[in-house]
Design a binder for this molecule. Sequence first.
Ligand SMILES: [Zn+2]
Ligand SMILES: [Zn+2]
Length: 293
Amino acid sequence: MSQCNEPTKPDLTKPVDNAPILSCHHAGLTVEGYSRAAVQTYWRIPELKIGFDLGAQPWDFMGTPTWLMSHTHLDHVAALPVYVARRRMMRMEPPTLYLPAECVEDVRRLLLIMQRLDRGRMVCQLNGLRPGDEVNLSRENAITTFATTHTIPSLGYVVWDRRNKLKEEYLGLPGNQIRDLRLSGVPVTREVRMPLVAYTGDSSPAGLDAYPPVFEAKILITELSFIRPNHRREKIHKFGHMHLDDLVERAGRFKNELIICAHFSTRYHPQEVRRILDSKLPPGLRERVKLWI
Ligand SMILES: [Zn+2]
Ligand SMILES: [Zn+2]
C-alpha cells in the first residue's frame, strides 16, 4: 500500500526550489510533481527515469532524461525550451522528448526561435507519437499511447511492466530440456504485461473509457479539473475535462491501487477540494484516491 495518506512535500533544504513538488511512494515507484489547471503541470517517476509534461521544470527534475508530453497547452509545455537549454548548460546528455505527432514541427520551430533569442543551442531528440504507438523504455518497461479527448491533439500514456514467462506447456520440464528447446530456436517463453502507471493528461471521460488499461494500472494519474456540483458537465466535457461526478459514476470500474487526482481548477481552495471529495467519493474509492493539492 501507499506510504503516505496525502502526498507530502519533500525536504526544503535543497539549493534551488523554483517550483512546488508533492511526492508519494507506492509499489516501488515514486510519483513526484504538481498540477493545477491553467497554471502548470509536471510529473516524474524517478525509478522509471521518465517524466510527463513540462509546464514548469523544477530544478531537481533536470536529471530525468526522457519526457512525454500529453499536449501543447502552455500549462503543460511552457518549460520545454527551458528544460532543453538547462540540460545543455549543465553538460547533460541531450534529452529525449515525445509528443503528439501533429505538434512536432511546430515545437521544432519554437526551439529554433528560442535558440536565436537565447543564443544557446537547443539539442534534443523530438519524437512524434500517435494513438496506439509503443515506446521501448527498457527491457522491463514499455510505454503505449492512447487517444485522449481534449481541445487540441492530445495523448495519454501507459507504462507497462513486461516479463518473459515460461509457456504453460513447458512448465513441468527440467531445466536442461528447456535450454535445449530454446537453443534449437523454439520460443519457450511468452511476454506477460502488467500496466504500472497510466497518465491521462487533460481529457474528458471519453478518453479514459476508450482505453481499459487506464482502469487497471497500479497507479492512475488523472486530471479532475472540476468538482463543484453546479458546474455544467456538457460544457466541461466539451472543453476536454473531467468532473468529479464522472469519477463517482465510474467508481466500480477503477481497479487501480492508487488514483492520483490533480489539475484542479484555480477557483478551488485546497480545503474545498478536500471537503467536496471527502463527502462525494464512495468508500472503496476514497481510500485509494490521493488529492494532489
Ligand atoms: Zn491543463
Ligand atoms: Zn489542456
